[in-house]
Design a binder for this molecule. Structure first.
Ligand SMILES: Nc1ncnc2c1ncn2[C@@H]1O[C@H](COP(=O)(O)OP(=O)(O)OP(=O)(O)O)[C@@H](O)[C@H]1O
Length: 623
């Protein structure tokens, strides 16, 4: 094995611009380590295992993925049995959330970081297979001294990305050995196995998440069509694309000669815009039909074999109640798997007055859910929402706990009932709880544990009974670690956690748009209709700003609509930023797409679900 010193020297030479015989992904990663993360190759650091509490959080967030990935991992483990391979499934942040290895080597594996909870992000561990794969989104072998940190140069690690149905990297599958032959080529088979297992996990994930949709599986040869297809695409009842595996994305991009597009650009498109078929043709591709009849021709002439699977669960007709959910909770989503789980858990917890911590990105609907939980219990008492970040620190105490007459200089003569007492018999919703000052955290803890509140200046505490819901878009466990949030309060508030999916992850975007538009119609006393192109653009947008951004976009669109019709020109311009591919290396691509649409810019804009001005802008840039 190469010496530590010569390894460090080699990295330094590469850092100074020397040409290296190593694979390009390795060199690129070394340069990121040196230039972006400022890692020092002379400082060796052992593998990092995250604390137990943190690991629990990562595993909870990846619960569904672990369940789906498990059988893939087991299958792969059996394939490589006896060769001392270890399998790691890491989340998108590089933390190992599932692991399979030979328990005989437990101690060595843990020390080497090939273990549950190890963090292999590139900025922490330096060049490593999981980290490089997360950054590049490509399968990669990091063999022995390809690793940046000298502590890891004994290992060989091979990783393949797992993408979710909307095209975001959601996990990495890694196959590693403590000791291996010197030749990197010895890991080619591992690369092939990891890549095909990742493909199967993506397919299983698609099948689970799109039970209400059609799934169209694609393969280049008919033999593997039903057992191990190359790609899969999910379609809703009207033939619109709702999700895909990474291979499915590749197939769509090739079929449309559109290499520069991202997965999201295909969401919302009709299948008839990509292939010579319509939604009514799907049954023709179902299993049992002769393979010859299951040929699918793409618009560009490419031919694939296709196999269709009908929705496993028949679509619930709108307004038919789902069983047992109280109405207030039922109306939070329609057909989104993650939300359905949140709703079912919320219904069970609400009935028991258990403190719930609601997590989710800003604008993901935390307060909306809190209100629904309150309403689902008959709505008795008040729903009192307190934004701990919005009240100045010196006022939080008196606002929350209230005060007796003349309790302090400037206090009202009549005293004041605090928000906690306002919520007595109802629900107290503490938004941005992470911003609650430490001194007040202990007083809040007393309210929760003793069920009583002591206003400022009062000699005696008063009994209260309330349901406490809290929310934060910050990681409370991190605040606990930093000493900015009391651990005992964290455990109190966090008896149960409900994690809301971000809007970009929701499978019921179309339904949400209808709900929000119905609300705007009610407010404005008018009715609106979204035309097809605008609908496609709304469905294809990545919505980084969440439900509030969507609601604002619809509000603007409604205001700009003519005769109640919302077309693409009514949608805010920023909606289209990034919807079209970054400038293609090959400007022929856009010209070809345009000529396919009879040189009609509006038709191409409609096809891509973008604004006409976006196409004009791109054409101008290419000129
Ligand atoms: N399930 C839903 N259906 C329809 N509208 C919703 C839903 N959830 C949230 N909204 C709307 O989305 C907007 C944002 O929701 P909300 O204020 O609850 O988000 P939040 O996560 O509490 O935001 P913040 O983190 O900024 O406090 C609100 O206008 C709300 O009415």
């Amino acid at each position: 094995m190469v010496s530590t010193l010569s390894h460090i020297r080699e990295i330094e030479r590469v850092g100074m611009g020397a040409v290296s015989p190593r694979d390009a992904p390795v060199v690129k990663s070394w340069l990121r380590c040196l230039n972006d993360y400022k890692l020092d190759p002379t400082i060796a650091q052992e593998a990092y295992i995250v604390p137990e509490l943190k690991l629990r959080e990562h595993r909870e967030q990846a619960e569904e993925l672990i369940r789906i990935g498990r059988s893939g991992l087991e299958g792969l483990f059996n394939q490589v049995a006896g060769q001392n391979y270890v399998l790691l499934l890491s989340d998108a942040r590089g933390v190992t959330v599932d692991f399979m290895g030979d328990p005989t080597f437990d101690n060595q594996l843990r020390k080497a970081g090939l273990y549950l909870g190890s963090e292999w992000s590139e900025n922490r561990a330096g060049t490593c297979a999981v980290g490089a794969c997360i950054v590049s989104g490509e399968p990669v072998i990091i063999h022995q001294d390809d690793h940046f940190d000298a502590s890891h140069i004994g290992l060989t690690c091979t990783a393949a990305p797992v993408f979710d149905t909307l095209g975001d990297l959601t996990a990495v599958l890694d196959i590693s050995q403590l000791r291996s032959p010197t030749a990197k080529a010895s890991q080619q088979l591992a690369l092939h196995l990891a890549t095909s297992t990742a493909r199967r996990i993506e397919l299983a994930n698609l099948m689970t998440r799109t039970r209400n949709d059609w799934v169209l599986r694609l393969a280049r040869s008919p033999e593997f069509l039903d057992v191990d297809p190359d790609a899969a695409i999910a379609l809703d009842g009207s033939g619109r694309i709702t999700g895909m595996t990474h291979g499915g994305f590749g197939a769509l991009a090739r079929s449309m000669n559109m290499r520069g597009l991202a997965t999201r650009d295909f969401l919302g498109l009709r299948i008839s815009e990509v292939f010579d078929m319509d939604v009514d043709d799907l049954p023709r591709f179902m299993r049992g039909r002769p393979n010859g009849e299951r040929l699918l021709r793409a618009k560009n002439g490419l031919v694939l074999f296709a196999s269709a699977i009908a929705p496993a669960v028949s679509l619930r007709a709108p307004n038919i109640p789902a069983p047992r959910l109280p109405r207030a909770l039922r109306d939070l989503s329609q057909g989104d798997t993650a939300m359905e789980r949140v709703q079912a858990r919320a219904a069970k917890l609400a009935a028991r007055d258990i403190p719930i911590l609601i997590q989710g990105e800003t604008g993901s609907g935390k307060e909306f859910l809190a209100r629904a939980i309150h309403d689902s219990c008959g709505g008795s008492g008040n729903f009192v929402a307190v934004n701990c970040a919005a009240i100045p620190e010196h006022l939080i105490e008196s606002e929350l706990f209230g005060y007796t007459p003349g309790a302090f200089t400037g206090a009202s003569q009549k005293g004041k009932r605090g928000l906690i007492e306002e919520a007595n018999g109802g629900t107290l919703f503490l938004d941005e709880i992470g911003d609650m000052p430490l001194t007040l955290q202990s007083r809040l803890l007393r309210v929760l544990s003793e069920n009583e509140v002591q206003p400022v200046g009062a000699l005696k505490a008063r009994p209260v009974r309330l349901r406490v819901l809290s929310a934060s878009h910050r990681d409370l466990a991190d605040l606990v670690k930093e000493g900015r949030f009391r651990q005992d309060l964290y455990y109190r508030l966090n008896a149960a956690t409900l994690s809301l999916p971000a809007l970009r992850e929701r499978q019921d975007l179309g339904w949400l748009i209808d709900q929000l538009l119905a609300r705007i119609e009610k407010e404005n006393g008018e009715t609106y209709r979204i035309d097809k192109a605008a609908q496609a653009a709304l469905l294809a947008h990545a919505w980084p700003g969440n439900l509030r951004e969507l609601s604002n976009a619809l509000r603007v669109a409604a205001a700009l609509s003519e005769g109640g019709v919302i077309d693409v020109d009514c949608l805010p311009d920023h909606l289209f930023a990034g919807a079209v591919a970054a400038p293609s290396d090959d400007d022929g691509e856009l010209r070809q797409a345009l000529s396919d649409c009879g040189n009609n810019v509006s038709a191409l804009a409609r096809k891509l679900g973008v604004n006409r001005s976006t196409i004009h802008r791109r054409l101008k840039r290419l000129n």
